[in-house]
Write a protein that binds this ligand. Structure first.
Ligand SMILES: [Zn+2]
Length: 461
């Protein structure tokens, strides 16, 4: 989309130039009036932003940060906006006894309710923001003169939640469009703290089963380039603690199989594995998110003394912790075997604990990923819809972190992570998170095309 503000900045120099040379160059006259028009348009655009921008700002101004996200205000705002859109039905679901974590589910009924439906998901909550690190208060939704809207959640992911609604509003009110398939829009709590009281419980509910989903769109990430990024899988975290025990001894003695020696050998083995994975990335053979990362996060050993550690005793126990991230293409059994046989072998007096933070296989034992090729006709429809809105998709990626998409993929429902933000720095969870107004508005157009195509998709498979 044409960027009004940026051009207006350039135009003012042009105007000065024109002003001085007006009499000398009558040919510049048409250009001058065009410049003035653009400058004026920029002013109006910024001082009287379109209602879609104002609504985005209002949603951003609701304090959604953990540990105290204001779910009530968010639900009230979204419900009242959705009530203004004809044919949208709404219900609020709760999955905790305290009823303090609402989930808003909106439904746009299709003409053939027997066809599997489409779900557009986003989360209500955000990570915390430290106001002292921000140029503008994180819940001010400050709109700068160059079009940036600053707020926690501007990219992750309040933008997509409200873009879904804006796109549907336009399809209904301006295009008079009605869907063949039913479209659902969910606003879920607690994604940023694991989704356990949100999407994790929702997917197990009767209400979820009743949706009969065929395809899901969930959040993605900004793209600094001109192509939209798109994600077909998440990496799953595993937390590994390895522990060595051995005979304690005087610091002066040399003997085999001390706890520290055993642990250090394991650390070496794991470091070699890490190097080999990292080398694939450095050689350009794989993206960061396509390899298994294994990063040391703690070391625990030694006997504390008032001044630090006792230096003349070799301890009888030593521990180390590692954060592993596994792509869905990794074989979890092979990794478990490697840990047991090479990283913490019992013959070296070692034991281990694995905390698997997420699944790598779906309910049928298949890798937890959504195919992005012709075998998945939803993918083809989605891709075509982005293209016809003037967008281009980058090569599909594995998200380095995790999202609620894993819960739907686990049920075997094709789920794509997509947030239409291009030419935008990646600022999720960062200070001064912002989204440009023009990028936001362009995203609504992309969703108009995507929602229209997905909900018109007649293939009954
Ligand atoms: Zn998010």
């Amino acid at each position: 989309m044409f960027d009004f503000r940026c051009s207006a900045g350039k135009m003012s120099e042009q105007q000065r130039f024109c002003h001085h040379h007006l009499l000398l160059s009558p040919l510049l006259l048409p250009f001058l009036s065009f410049s003035l028009f653009l400058a004026a348009a920029a002013e109006i655009h910024h001082q009287n932003p379109p209602p879609a921008i104002t609504r985005f700002q209002q949603y951003l101004q609701i304090s959604s940060a953990h540990p105290t996200p204001d779910y009530t205000s968010a639900i009230n705002f979204l419900t009242s906006f959705s009530n203004s859109i004809p044919s949208l039905q709404s219900q609020i679901l709760y999955f905790t006894p305290e009823k303090d974590k609402p989930l808003l589910l909106l439904t746009w009924p299709g003409s053939d309710p027997t066809l599997p439906s489409v779900l557009l998901n986003s989360h209500l909550d955000s990570v915390p923001a430290d106001p002292s690190k921000w140029v503008h208060p994180p819940f001010s939704a400050y709109h700068s003169s160059d079009g940036k809207i600053f707020a926690r959640g501007a990219q992750d992911d309040k933008c997509i939640g409200i873009q879904y609604l804006e796109a549907i509003k336009r399809l209904i009110e301006e295009k008079n469009f009605s869907p063949l398939r039913t479209v659902h829009i969910s606003f879920v709590p607690d994604e940023e703290i694991g989704g356990f009281d949100g999407m994790a419980k929702f997917v197990k509910s009767e209400e979820f089963k009743a949706l009969n989903l065929g395809f899901v769109l969930d959040e993605g990430q900004a793209s600094p380039g001109d192509e939209y990024r798109v994600f077909y899988a998440d990496r799953q975290p595993w937390h590994i603690v390895i522990k060595a025990v051995g005979m304690p001894g005087h610091g002066s003695r040399m003997f085999d199989n001390s706890a520290m020696e055993n642990l250090m050998k394991s650390v070496e083995v794991i470091t070699k594995f890490r190097d080999a994975e990292f080398d694939k990335v450095k050689a350009g053979l794989a993206a960061n998110s396509e390899v298994i990362s294994a990063n040391p996060v703690f070391l625990k050993a030694g006997i504390p003394s008032p001044t630090g550690f006792v230096m003349n005793v070799q301890p009888s126990e030593a521990e180390a912790g590692f954060d592993l991230r596994l792509p869905p293409t990794a074989d979890p059994d092979a990794v478990r075997r490697r840990i047991a046989e090479e990283w913490a072998p019992s013959w070296r007096n070692m034991s281990f604990e694995i905390t698997e933070k997420g699944p790598l296989r779906d309910h049928k034992g298949r890798p937890l990923l959504t195919p992005t090729n012709d075998s998945n006709s939803w993918w083809s429809v989605f891709k075509q819809a982005v293209t016809s809105a003037g967008g281009k998709l980058a090569k599909p990626e594995i998200l380095p972190s995790t999202t609620d998409a894993r819960f739907m993929r686990q049920l075997g429902i094709p789920t794509i992570g997509f947030s239409p933000m291009r030419n935008t720095p990646i600022l999720l969870h960062d200070h001064n998170e912002f989204l440009k107004d023009s990028v936001y508005l362009e995203g609504i157009k992309v969703y108009e095309s995507v929602i229209k195509s997905l909900s018109s998709f007649a293939d009954s498979s």
